[in-house]
Design a protein around this ligand. Structure first.
Ligand SMILES: [Zn+2]
Length: 505
């Protein structure tokens, strides 16, 4: 009997599908297996957004996949890298609209780094006796009993082509069962996410009506390291700040002028040292003031299940900074991080000079209540209070004659932080669906993750509450070589998405 027919019969025979019961792991496995050929085909399509024709091929392929399942689709023009919009045509009267966001583009690849012939030729691997990964025939994906530990290796195997495929497979399940999603379903596939989604604000603004929704579900990134189902309610933003401290007009001989002309590298170091204390807390006045955590927030943050001793071991540090009582709490505050410092040269290139300037590059991780402008203003005040006169670019003769300490402080690119309240109805909806489909215990709720995603514009323009529901394994090597998708997670992802599709929001 053909696998697909068997699948349809199997699904129709499962009365559990009629109600809001989760589909069985066996049914999810069948759906996964029915989708693997398409998944592998899609992974063979290069998808670096630097090359628009590649993106167009991916979008065309996906458009056909959504259409074949009964979605109406539209390519949203974007300078040769159209984003894909898809909508399920039917919805119950009064049903709320959920917009699922994913991306089809991927990070660049360096072929020779990969332990397989090409990152564009997906391979199936299993762990060998020595702990390494061995290529096995891809037939393994179609075995009657599917080994959840198998992995598919290819660029974007997890980030972010797998979640798109899981969604399509979940719809295959609904269709086979003659069921409809409980909510109106829209899908937006970004094509420049890995480039920071520079065009998303424009595209979403131009198609605001088309994309209108009551909730936005972002399916990207890995689950919490505990591998429990994960819901992320927000993310910090990131703001770049550059500080230049000026010294003499040009580099000067350190023998002739050492002890006489102040060194800007030393001044920069002293200045940065005033910005944080020995425990890593930012000492700039007001930096943390706007963050308010309730007792309930603190409880949730303490319950994340992070294995902090393991995290510290991995990082190679004995003691963590003391910004919060635990990792999750630390991430609720804005941070001030030195990305790099430079003055003249080191090593073989070092020469006997007092440098003419010293530069530090910072990233400030922002929170919804402490946006980039606010934090930048505090840093500026702090520097001025230490006797610096701030100038826009290299100082003039008059500046040099008038002030001892001169510096330039510049705010660069800045993404905003966004956060959905933990108690928002969208959170309760997703939590219930994930709880019901979880095979790994209680879902983890992350109040706000530390990293930034380029979806702030999306959330801002659409004005809908959003959640990130990541589905892929944490050790997927996304953004680097040997990216992979664990098959057990793929199957669980189909169950989770089916759960979301079938529960009314
Ligand atoms: Zn991604």
């Amino acid at each position: 009997m053909p696998a697909t027919l068997w699948l349809c019969l199997a699904l129709l025979a499962v009365p559990a599908l009629a109600a809001a019961q989760p589909i069985s792991p066996e049914a999810a496995q069948q759906l996964a297996q029915a989708s693997f050929r398409e998944y592998l085909e899609r992974l063979a399509l290069p998808n670096d957004a630097i090359n628009p024709p590649d993106i167009q091929r991916n979008v065309d392929f996906l458009e056909r996949a959504f259409k074949a399942r009964g979605f109406t689709t539209r390519q949203l023009e974007n300078q040769g890298k159209p984003m894909l919009f898809a909508e399920w045509p039917a919805a119950a009267a009064g049903a709320k609209t959920v917009l699922y966001y994913m991306h089809v583009d991927g990070q660049p690849v360096v072929d020779r780094e990969w332990s397989q012939p090409s990152p564009w030729r997906p391979v199936v691997k299993q762990r060998g006796a020595g702990g390494g990964w061995d290529i096995v025939p891809s037939d393994a994906l179609f075995a009657p009993v599917l080994d959840p530990e198998l992995r598919v290796f290819a660029r974007s195997a997890s980030d972010d082509k797998a979640p798109i495929m899981m969604l399509l497979a979940a719809f295959d399940g609904l269709r086979a069962a003659g069921a409809e999603p409980a909510n109106r379903v829209k899908v937006l596939i970004d094509t420049e996410e890995e480039k920071g989604s520079p065009s998303i604000r424009g595209v979403v603004t131009r198609h605001k009506d088309l994309l209108r929704c009551d909730a936005l579900i972002i399916q990207d990134g890995p689950r919490h390291p505990s591998e429990r189902p994960t819901i992320v309610f927000g993310n910090r933003g990131a703001a770049r700040v550059t500080l230049v401290v000026y010294g003499p007009r040009q580099p000067l001989h350190s023998g002739h002028f050492g002890n006489y002309v102040p060194n800007p590298a030393v001044r920069l170091a002293r200045l940065i040292a005033t910005m944080k204390d020995d425990q890593g807390r930012v000492t700039i006045a007001g930096y943390y003031d706007r963050v308010r955590l309730t007792a309930a927030d603190r409880k949730l943050l303490a319950e994340s299940g992070d294995d902090e001793p393991a995290i510290r071991r991995r990082a190679g540090i004995k003691t963590a900074e003391r910004v919060g009582g635990n990792l999750q709490e630390a991430l609720q505050y804005p941070s001030l991080n030195v990305l790099g410092m430079a003055a003249a040269s080191v090593g073989d290139k070092a020469s006997n000079v007092i440098p003419h300037q010293a530069i530090a590059e910072f990233d400030l991780r922002t929170t919804p209540e402490s946006p980039p402008d606010y934090l930048f203003g505090l840093v500026q005040k702090h520097i001025e209070a230490r006797g610096y006169h701030l100038v826009n670019g290299p100082p003039s003769d008059q500046d040099r004659a008038s002030y001892d300490k001169l510096a330039t402080l510049t705010l660069g690119t800045a993404g905003r932080a966004v956060r959905t309240p933990i108690e928002a109805p969208v959170g309760a909806w997703a939590l219930a669906a994930l709880r019901q489909t979880s095979l790994r215990g209680e879902p983890v709720r992350i109040r706000m993750m530390g990293g930034s995603v380029p979806t702030d514009s999306l959330v801002e323009v659409l004005g809908a509450p959003f959640l990130i529901v990541p589905l892929v394994n944490g050790d997927n090597n996304q953004h680097t070589f040997d990216e992979n998708m664990r098959i057990g997670h793929y199957v669980e992802g189909i169950r989770a998405i089916t759960g979301l599709l079938r529960s009314p929001y």
